[in-house]
Ligand binder design. Structure first.
Ligand code: BEZ
Ligand code: FE
Length: 286
């Protein structure tokens, strides 16, 4: 006779019992991932000695996250971001040769079809903020220029808001644009010095941060996506060096190699720039 009692619930073997229930046709990778997740989840519940009420609060929290999600608000991604999991998954999957530009979080404010500009254009459409010139080269790991690379940039204004957060206040497509590198790999544009700002914190993730004694601020940054044929896509930022939130970015997005030298420009420049950033990107091959 088959012993069916081995499959009955037993708190001491609970994860193994649940995992043994998977069918023989289960996709092998799904089997592997689910086995690990179930094992760690059961161990966490046991280690924390969760009460029924606490588990229910957790479920209510996840429900509230789902209810907050919409076409433009992805509260689950935000949850992953503030737990440092977005950065961890990215780091594990983008290990590049020494000297290559590192990735960081994408964030929710990228817009797919930003305007394309010639190098030297100004992406600040409302003239507000302290004018900043950003320029540099894109090369491969051997220092050879990468021409024709796409440089997609977006940033918050100097009040800490993206254009998509302030329709009717900022012009559409303010502080975003796509540039293409020249034959020598160079790119350049004008924008404004960015300011730190809070991640969207009016939902359950914001409430959780407050309960944990954490602020929601991101260190001041510019976002970039760099793409070129034959090279790994880079999703990254540059950070200003004097931001008070560099060491406590709400989504753990800061890496030492991404902190730029933002210099004061000499006075009365013809182009009106008050700040200068020289920043090169180094692409790793596919
Ligand atoms: C951002 O930098 O735009 C961002 C990143 C992660 C969460 C929220 C905002
Ligand atoms: Fe951002």
């Amino acid at each position: 006779m088959i012993d069916t009692t081995a499959a009955y619930f037993d708190a001491g073997r609970s994860a193994a019992i649940v995992n043994a229930r998977m069918g023989p046709e289960t996709d092998p990778r799904l089997r592997e991932v689910m086995t690990i997740f179930v094992r760690h989840l059961h161990a966490a519940v046991r280690e924390a000695r969760l009460t029924g009420e606490e588990w229910m609060r957790g479920i209510e929290f996840l429900t509230a996250i789902g209810q907050m999600c919409s076409d433009w608000r992805q509260e689950y991604v935000l949850f992953s971001d503030v737990l440092g999991v977005s950065m961890l998954v990215d780091a594990l999957n983008h290990q590049r040769p020494e000297g290559s530009t590192e990735n960081t979080v994408l964030g929710p404010f990228h817009v797919a079809k930003a305007p394309r500009y010639a190098n030297g254009a100004n992406i600040c459409l409302d003239g507000k903020g302290e004018k900043m010139l950003v320029r540099g080269r894109i090369t491969d790991n051997a220092g050879r220029p990468v021409s024709g690379a796409s440089v997609d940039v977006w940033q918050a204004n100097d009040n800490g808001f993206y254009d998509v957060q302030q329709p009717g206040v900022q012009p559409a497509m303010n502080l975003r644009g796509i540039f293409t590198t020249d034959a020598d790999g160079s790119y350049g544009f004008y924008s404004v010095r960015p300011r730190f700002y809070p991640i969207p914190d009016d939902g359950p993730v914001g409430k959780l941060l407050a309960m944990l004694g954490r602020h929601p601020n991101r260190a001041a940054h510019l976002h970039f996506i760099i793409e070129a044929k034959g090279y790994e896509r880079v999703v990254t930022h540059i950070f200003t060096p004097d931001c008070p939130y560099l060491a406590e970015d709400a989504v753990f997005g800061v890496k030492q190699s991404l902190i730029a030298d933002v210099r004061r420009a000499e006075e009365n420049r013809e182009d009106g720039a008050l700040w200068l950033v020289d920043w090169d990107f180094v692409l790793a091959p596919h």
